[in-house]
Ligand binder design. Structure first.
Ligand SMILES: Cc1cc2nc3c(=O)[nH]c(=O)nc-3n(C[C@H](O)[C@H](O)[C@H](O)COP(=O)(O)OP(=O)(O)OC[C@H]3O[C@@H](n4cnc5c(N)ncnc54)[C@H](O)[C@@H]3O)c2cc1C
Length: 393
């Protein structure tokens, strides 16, 4: 099996690296989360530049503002952007990764014309409204209600953990339209302009101290009928497609893990404890070697996903495998990092004495959410058991 890239693909990787060198500040410091109001202006600027280069939507068809390149080139782009910690490569929560691709499959021509070009240009930010206080893992329990009145649906209810809702222009929203139907059959998916009267966004600050997600309240929000995605009451089946796209984000987590491990290796080489570099400590070496195996496994799982996409397949339980493995590996990497840094490993992002600008502590705090977002590890393992291993529900 040959995992090497073609000379053209390697040249593309070099082109990306060169762009990053020219466009990004040499030291990004310990960046806050990319949707935190403190760093969002920078995120936005970068996204526009990437949009102008056509890189945000490399693998989208040309007719939708993409470049018609292969998923392998998109992988190279994602690996490099993640490795170099470039923010804004996803246009908010869902935009490029699942709103666009799902619209291409299910959207009307008007919806595609309206939404795909601004995504490709890096100009329209999205959030995703699935979860509610009583509907997380059991997403089909969604209660937020939409009722058709003439040419509009009237939406009432609440969403929670809505990442990036405070910066989003539009929301990819799952609501109940058929209260009499069985749970999974009474849901619909909508495109909702976040400026519509009746929407209130309230911040929820996460454990890493970032403004990342929110509660969103809908109070008689009027949404045109034309903003229904696919068919009424088929929203569950549409969202399952979007979730398969979403879970391939494990590819990004795998690249993030690789970069974090490299940072730790450099730290271990450069830091002396009792006159000896940490890299000579047998326990530290054992731990780092173990992590190197995990990083490599994550990369291979990522490459399998991308290969499947390049063959026209939609990864399903394979996407769950990379999501659960890469998010848990990231947590182990960050945990080992905080351990080998001793008490300094607990210092916050950008603290004066924090090694690696506090990024490891921050990565650990963020890793907890990554195990939950897009379906918890338990839910991913259930999917692997049922769809991958054929075990009963
Ligand atoms: C960082 C982050 C970002 C997020 N962003 C968004 C977003 O943008 N939009 C959005 O809609 N949601 C978002 N979420 C919400 C996320 O999708 C839910 O938190 C997640 O699906 C879990 O739901 P819950 O929190 O209600 O937990 P619950 O579903 O109540 O689960 C509680 C515990 O029970 C376990 N459990 C539940 N059911 C089963 C089962 N059948 N088998 C085994 N174990 C089970 C779970 O694994 C978990 O450990 C985000 C969450 C996080 C942490």
């Amino acid at each position: 099996m040959d995992f090497s890239f073609t000379p053209e693909q390697e040249a593309f990787r070099r082109e990306i690296r060169q762009w990053i060198k020219e466009e990004m500040p040499p030291d990004l410091g310990g960046l806050e989360g990319e949707y935190d109001p403190k760093s969002f202006e920078f995120t936005k600027q970068i996204a526009k530049k990437l949009g102008a280069k056509g890189w945000l939507t490399l693998a989208w068809p040309k007719e939708y503002g993409g470049q018609g390149r292969s998923p392998i080139e998109q992988l190279i782009y994602k690996e490099e952007m993640t490795y170099h910690r470039v923010p804004g490569t996803d246009m908010g929560v869902g935009g490029i990764s699942w709103v666009g691709p799902t619209l291409m499959l299910l959207g009307t021509e008007e919806q595609k014309k309206e939404h795909l070009p601004p995504l490709a240009a890096g100009e329209r930010w999205w959030c995703t409204g699935y979860s509610e206080p009583e509907a997380g893992s059991d997403m089909a329990a969604v209660k937020c209600r939409a009722v058709l009145q003439g040419d509009e649906y009237i939406i009432n209810g609440q969403k929670v953990w809505t990442s990036g809702a405070h910066i989003a222009d539009w929301c990819w929203l799952l609501v109940r339209t058929g209260p009499e139907e069985p749970k999974h059959r009474g849901l619909s998916l909508f495109l909702v302009d976040m400026k519509t009267p009746g929407i209130t966004v309230r911040p929820v600050i996460n454990m890493a101290g970032h403004h990342h997600f929110n509660e969103v309240f809908f109070d008689d929000v009027r949404v045109p009928k034309a903003n229904l995605v696919g068919e009424e009451n088929r929203g569950w089946y549409h969202v399952v497609i979007a979730l398969d796209f979403e879970r391939t984000a494990g590819v990004i987590m795998a690249a993030h893990g690789r970069r974090t491990l490299e940072d730790l290796l450099n730290f271990a080489k450069e830091t002396k404890v009792n006159g000896q570099p940490l890299s000579k400590d047998p326990q530290v070496r054992q731990k780092l070697a173990e992590l190197a195996i995990e990083v490599e496994v994550g990369r291979m799982l990522a490459y399998r996903i991308i290969w499947m996409q390049s063959q026209g397949m939609i990864p399903n339980y394979e996407a769950s495998m990379i999501k659960v493995f890469a998010s848990e590996a990231m947590q182990r990497i960050a945990m080992v990092g905080t351990q080998i840094m001793g008490l300094y490993g607990q210092l916050e992002l950008n603290s004066k004495w924090a090694p690696l600008q506090g990024r490891i502590e921050n990565a650990y705090l963020n890793s907890v959410g990554s195990l939950i977002a897009a379906g918890t590890s338990e839910i991913q393992r259930n999917i692997i058991a049922i769809r991958g291993l054929g075990l009963p529900r």
